[in-house]
Design a protein around this ligand. Structure first.
Ligand code: NDP
Ligand code: 2IT
Length: 445
């Protein structure tokens, strides 16, 4: 495999799409050896076929705000690869959304979904719509406009979207309502649904819980656990919330949360009623980071800073891509960090990952660590197909088993001659092999 040549051609076809190119390069570097050892991959031209999405839909959403002003946003769905199951992946509503970001997320999703052990292909979608400061009615009208375009190209056996940044239970409700009206069917076409209309218990918590279950498996390889550890995490959305709850439950103290404008350090720990307060703020569409420090004076707000300068044992980046750079990684290493597990998708820059691997830190990538979210979406799809709902304990047990299985796959394919587990390599190889072999089995399509 000639990585530089592949990347040169990809860049020519996709100029300036930095996140997409970053995600592809990382996977190619990990799988190079296994690819070269298996000539059937080259004869099937698997690389060219896996790095380009199957198809991309773009559409326009025109909607009217509460003051009667008309707005236009762009919507997308990137259907990347369906070798092992229907296209599956979240929808992101954020002003930064563009094709590079959705192609990186869709590409990552192929390997993540493969690792879950469930039959799901990779996809991603979303819009540059900014949900911040919008009323409920505005969010509803936008979601309805979005679904008027999307419904034609998705379906419970074709492509099953879910949430991501800016898309939670409320948005899934509005999207589902419109799908149901247009398609005239109730089905598992979206996951993350409400419990009363086909949703699964534990799906809201699953990404964060799964992140902590995975990090716990990493810690066990060193005879360590969450008990008594200091945890720094970023963001305070769906993923960070679940991670904070589970890490606290396992005996750790979570001392940071963050937003785009800075982070909060609370040396007393962020748990219990403090988390309830944060959830209230989130539900009211308000900025949550600064008001926290007014309510709980033990906490300090650090404007424009990243939480990675705080001394911690475990770091869980749970906000967004490239939020942890080389300098942040060096801070964490200098402060003796034991484990870095990515709750978000690609939050560490390639230079930061290099620092962690060079220092033999326990480090694992998002596609392994945060796969519990989509895995539980897969469990929601199973329950929808069977027209039943499993109790909480059953979903949680399955989620836990899946996270342990992903950890085993990473160890199997990522352990080097000295016993160090390169989870990036392990996750990429394990994820790739299943999809590539499925593509070979199914011929050139
Ligand atoms: P949410 O929208 O619920 O929360 C995102 C959080 O990150 C918010 O606290 C937000 O702050 C913060 N944030 C967003 N952009 C930035 C930024 N540029 N700098 C700093 N903070 C920022 O999203 P999720 O929790 O669902 O997603 C978080 C990450 O996890 C994403 O990378 C997503 O792709 C990934 N993920 C999500 C899954 C899911 O099931 N939801 C599954 C697997 C991965 P504020 O609200 O103040 O803007
Ligand atoms: O990045 C992700 O894995 C998600 N946003 C969840 C996708 C899903 O289909 O549940």
């Amino acid at each position: 495999m000639n990585i530089e040549k592949i990347m040169h051609n990809l860049e020519k076809k996709n100029p300036g799409e930095v996140e997409y190119l970053q995600a592809v390069r990382e996977v190619l570097e990990s799988i190079e050896d296994i690819y070269n050892e298996n000539p059937q991959f080259e004869s099937g031209n698997i690389i060219d076929r896996i790095i380009d999405p199957d198809r991309i839909f773009t559409f326009k959403i025109s909607w009217v705000d509460d003051n009667g002003k008309v707005h236009v946003n762009r919507g997308y769905r990137v259907q990347f690869n369906n070798a092992i199951g229907p296209y599956k992946g979240g929808l992101r509503f954020h002003p930064s959304v563009n094709l590079s970001i959705l192609k990186f997320l869709g590409f990552e999703q192929i390997f993540k979904n493969s690792l879950t052990t469930l039959p799901m292909g990779g996809a991603k979608g979303g819009s540059d719509f900014d949900p911040k400061g919008k009323s409920n009615g505005e969010i509803m009208r936008f979601c309805q406009g979005f679904m008027m375009e999307l419904w034609k190209i998705i379906g419970p056996e074709t492509d099953v979207p879910a949430g991501d940044i800016g898309v939670g239970g409320r948005e899934i409700g509005f999207l589902y309502g419109m799908y149901k009206k247009l398609a005239r069917e109730n089905s598992g076409v979206l996951t993350g649904k409400g419990l009363n209309w086909g949703g699964s218990l534990i799906r809201p918590e699953a990404t964060g819980f799964g992140t902590v279950y995975f990090a716990d498996e990493m810690l066990k390889t060193k005879g360590e656990s969450f008990a008594g550890k200091i945890v720094a995490l970023s963001g305070f959305g769906n993923v960070a919330w679940g991670a904070a709850i589970k890490a606290t439950e396992l005996g750790a103290k979570v001392v940071t949360i963050s937003g785009p404008d800075g982070f909060v350090f609370d040396p007393d720990g962020i748990s219990g009623e403090k988390i309830d307060y944060l959830l209230e703020l989130r539900a009211s569409n308000q900025d949550i980071v600064k008001p926290y420090t007014y309510e709980f004076p033990s906490a300090q707000f650090h404007q424009g800073k990243h939480p990675w300068e705080v001394k911690c044992d475990i770091a869980l980046p749970c906000a967004t891509q490239n939020e942890l750079n080389k300098e942040d990684a060096q801070h964490l290493v200098n402060n003796g960090v034991l484990c870095v597990a990515e709750g978000a998708n690609m939050p560490s820059t390639p230079e930061a990952v290099e620092v962690f691997l060079d220092h033999k830190i326990l480090f694992a990538p998002g596609k392994a660590v945060n796969a519990g979210g989509v895995a539980t979406s897969g469990l929601e799809m199973s329950q929808n197909s069977m027209k039943l709902s499993w109790p909480m304990s059953e979903v949680d047990t399955r989620l836990h088993q899946i996270m342990c299985s992903i950890h085993e796959q990473c160890v199997k394919h990522g352990t080097d001659a000295n016993g160090y587990v390169d989870y990036v390599k392990g996750a990429n190889i394990a994820g790739f092999l299943k999809v590539a072999n499925a593509m070979l089995d199914q011929g050139v399509v």
